[in-house]
Design a protein around this ligand. Sequence first.
Ligand code: FAD
Length: 486
Amino acid sequence: MTDRVDDEEELLFMSKLDFGDFPSSFRGSAFRPDDPGYAEARTIWNCRTMDAGPAFIAQCADTDDVVTAVRYASDRDLPLALRSGGHSTDGAGMPDGAFVVDLSHLKAIEVDPASGLVRVQPGVTLGVLDAATQKHGLVVPSGTVTTTGVGGLALGGGLGFNSRRFGMTVDNTVAYDMVTVDGRRVRADLDKNPDLFWGLRGAGHNLGVVTSFEFQAHQVGPNVHSGLILYPLDQAEEILTALDAHMAGASRALTVDPVLLPAPPMPGLPESLIGVPILILVVVFTGDPATADEAVEVVATLGTPMVNTVGPSTWLQTNSILDVIAPPGRRNYSKGGYIAALTPPVAAAFIEQMGRAPAPDGPGVSAAIAFQAVSGAVHDFDEDSVAFSRTGAMWLWEAVVQWDDPARDDEFLAFTAKALASVKPHVLSNSYVNLTAHQGEEWLRGLYGSPRKFRRLQALKAEWDPRNLLRFNKNIEPASGTGASV
Ligand SMILES: Cc1cc2nc3c(=O)[nH]c(=O)nc-3n(C[C@H](O)[C@H](O)[C@H](O)COP(=O)(O)OP(=O)(O)OC[C@H]3O[C@@H](n4cnc5c(N)ncnc54)[C@H](O)[C@@H]3O)c2cc1C
């Protein structure tokens, strides 16, 4: 179940509750659909699900509030949705009929410069996290758009411009504080609840309400090299395949994420090309500045660029370079998965699909096929070390669409479905939970890799959420017959 409660009976039941007995000890703000402030409280980044109305939003002020809200919902068996940054593609943070525990106001960050350990609450967004850690020359490996929430990102995986150097966010998480679905506080690390610790690192949306993360940060920046290299589409197949080969042996401090998209207005780009599909390489080099030119030069000579903006920058500028193509308030959707290699047929299929993108609807980028490197240090960590799956993946790709007119929903969704169909034989059966809409039950069973891993997650779900109260996510149903009470 994702952005809707399919069960009409449950929706009706939830709509009749008045929550008049919600505890007065709750310090945050609580909203029912008719309350002033409800519309603002239920607004999330993705407007596609704006007509979905949660039954109740408990906007928590602190962890005690989380315990209060969860216990209230649990005592009444109410379906529980969690909202941190609100970036879920499926709109899972504010679904129809749900009792929402809103964690977006839990924003504490503590950085220990000596150890590099960083404690973060789930409502912190990536830009704020970067700003806090960069004061000490540190970075927590995470994602690429500053408005994304730590909560959902860090529990699903966390892939970004530092993953080739340090691995995923889950590989750099050393502890969690969690409120269980019946309202108990527990800790999960290598010593305490190690099985839960394993599951939270990749399947964390399913197991409890994480109220604090402890990450290992690394020295990065403040000075790095980054920028965009723009190529015409007729060079794209050759460049994508050459890039695939180059990255296999490239410095781990170099990340190059290709994007196929209609050309946005940019200095140096002829006006006649604006809106025409092109290839952009997003280039980030965080290693020794003395070797940056050499590392970047190879990428810039894979073809004949139209524009090349790569040069000295800061980490904070670099990790907000993609914000411009991810504005809040539009209708959004994406579908994608892992591929093992950008071979000529795979690259050609993506390029052909890009040529069939829907006509834009509103300002900004309407459709893109974006790739993120899943290489280097990501594969230093064993497949079974955490729930997140990585076996065989070298690239994560997704077809992303943004539009404004609800009447065009089908057209934009169809583009992502066709892009997926065009490369289906090459898409791996394991995947990354965070950067795609739900793709059905069979897909879900393969998402975490081996059947053994999925069974382990079902057993964990039975132990930590046996009633499946947390079901507004890519939902793992509890294993039957193993439902130990928590
Ligand atoms: C524009 C954009 C850019 C992105 N870029 C990247 C990227 O570079 N790298 C990357 O890895 N991902 C990226 N993502 C995907 C992102 O990781 C997921 O959408 C993630 O779920 C967002 O987390 P959130 O807290 O913002 O979302 P929310 O919608 O608040 O939550 C998402 C899911 O997490 C669950 N959840 C949230 N908080 C908690 C909690 N505290 N405890 C337990 N479960 C919780 C929710 O139940 C929900 O199922 C991007 C998404 C968008 C929209």
